[in-house]
Design a protein. Sequence first.
Length: 326
Amino acid sequence: MIYQEKMTTNSYELKFTDKSCIVTGGAGFIGSNLAIYLAKLGAYVTVLDNFSTGRKENTMDFNSLGIRIIDVDISEKEKVSEYFSGVDFVFHQAAVPSVPRSIAQPLLTNNSNIMGTLSVLENSRQSGVKKVVYAASSSAYGNTKTLPKKVSMQPSPLSPYAVQKLAGEMYCKTYFDNFQLRTTSLRYFNVYGPHQDPNSEYSAVIPIFIKKALSNETLTIFGDGNTSRDFTYIEDVIQANLRAAISHHSDGHVLNVAYGNRFTLTNLAKKIIKKIGSKSEIKYDSFRKGDVLHSLADLTLTKELIDYEPHFNLSTGLSKTIDFYR
């Protein structure tokens, strides 16, 4: 896995020792990395995942780390309710995380991304969970004229996925306001790293580019290549989740999680080709429906409320990710 057996533990991480945690979607890319990290901090971790998008290979180390995995659909509230008893923190990562798939299958993704979230919040409320940290998405912003993107901006979702993730944020806020269930929503910006699936047509751009570059295949960019993204390495996302879970200042808030810099897709492709020493070429295709043109996060509030500071720039993160895929 991406973490050494003996990790250098930060002070905020000590607060998870002997705590009971649920990671929904824990067989997925972000969820599995988070579950493993928590277990290595001494937390008792239960993963809830129906493997619709999660992968068995991401759970290979779970047994040796004492991570309990339950094959269940989190949208089935009554069926999953028993697992929330006595839980301290819920990290709600479960989703069908794809803009193109939400356009192709809006009803399917709606059930997972909205009903699943409502089920998690209601079970957390009824079981007295201390806090829920929700995986939101920067796609909620849409194509804002102003960069960087601040959480005070009016949302303008361009796809069913973006609408669904935004609705999840609003449910989190109303559960905090009406039921005093502590919640924080983290708007992820283009997360990448080890264990991200490169094989699906709905996969994120970095694992696809790395896989193709390792095989000297052509890298396809949708659009003119000037589309830009604020790419966030997985360990920074984990840091944000842990900090948000123990922060009272962030209760009821939406926060950006990113690196705070942006790169064009052409620049990204060239970086990957150079790092790998690949013979891949770059070609351009038409823009895809629902894709946001530019992505850059304002991290002021995130730093203020949860003391977040990103540690991995794109070059460092790509090197670690490429090493994993080799």
